[in-house]
Design a protein around this ligand. Structure first.
Ligand code: MG
Length: 213
C-alpha cells in the first residue's frame, strides 16, 4: 500500500479521516458518503460532496483509488471526478493501461484537455493528484480577462502543464467564475475512494516579502 503524503503544517485539511463535517451535498445537506479507515467512499446515489471551504488560488493534494470493475469499460469504469472551485473537473476513471488517453480519460479536464501521458496505476491502488490552480481574473463587469491556469501532477508526473481552460467543464456548481469556489467530489455511481485531501491557499500576486502563515 502506498504511504500517505503528509500535509504541510499550514495546509487546510479538508477531510480529517473521521467524518464529513466540512462537506455538504450540492443542495447544502449533510454529506452522506461512507467514511472508514481514514478514507471516504462514494455512496452511489448520495450525490456529489462539496467542501464548505472556498478557494481562489491554491495548491491541492488528494489521493484516490478506483474500484476493480473488470467487466466495465469507458466512462462506466471507476468514474468520479475532482471539480476545482466546483467548476473544473479533473476526471477520475480507471484508465489503467490505455495507450493514448483522451479528453474523457483519467487526468483529463473533462472534454477540454487530455492528459499528456497516462500516469494511472491499476485499480485498488492509491494514486495522487497534486494541483496548482490559478483562478481566472475578471474585470469589474465580471468578464474574464485572464483564463484559469492549472497544472496537475498525477502520481508525481505532470499531466497538465499550465493549461488555460476556456471555462467551466460540464456540471459546474455555478458559472460565477470570478468567485472563490469549493472542492467538489463527484458521485458517478462507482465506488471510488478518497483520502488525505488538503489545500494551501496561495497569494493572488507576487510580493517582495510574504507574511508568515
Ligand atoms: Mg467524472
Amino acid at each position: 500500500m502506498n504511504p500517505m503524503q503528509p500535509a504541510p503544517s499550514h495546509a487546510i485539511l479538508l477531510f480529517n479521516g473521521h467524518d464529513l463535517r466540512n462537506w455538504r451535498t450540492r443542495k447544502g445537506e449533510p454529506a452522506a458518503w461512507h467514511v472508514e479507515d481514514s478514507d471516504v467512499t462514494v455512496v452511489p446515489g448520495a450525490g456529489d460532496i462539496v467542501s464548505e471551504e472556498r478557494f481562489t488560488d491554491f495548491q491541492m493534494h488528494l489521493e484516490f483509488m478506483t474500484p476493480d470493475m473488470p467487466e466495465a469499460t469507458g466512462q462506466a469504469k471507476g468514474n468520479s471526478g475532482v471539480f476545482l472551485q466546483g467548476r473544473y473537473e479533473i476526471q477520475v476513471l480507471d484508465s489503467y493501461g490505455l495507450n493514448i488517453p483522451g479528453k474523457g480519460d483519467c487526468g483529463a479536464f473533462y472534454n477540454q484537455f487530455a492528459p499528456l501521458v497516462n500516469a494511472c496505476r491499476p485499480p485498488l491502488q492509491w494514486q495522487t493528484y497534486d494541483v496548482i490552480f490559478r483562478a481566472p481574473r475578471v474585470d469589474a463587469a465580471g468578464q474574464v480577462v485572464e483564463p484559469v491556469r492549472v497544472t496537475v501532477l498525477h502520481n508525481g508526473i505532470v499531466i497538465q502543464n499550465n493549461v488555460q481552460l476556456p471555462g467551466p467543464t460540464g456540471g459546474p456548481i455555478d458559472t460565477n467564475v470570478g468567485e472563490p469556489g469549493p472542492l467538489l467530489l463527484q458521485d458517478h455511481g462507482n465506488l471510488v475512494k478518497y483520502r488525505n485531501i488538503w489545500v494551501l491557499s496561495l497569494p493572488l500576486e507576487g510580493s517582495d516579502t510574504y507574511e508568515p502563515r
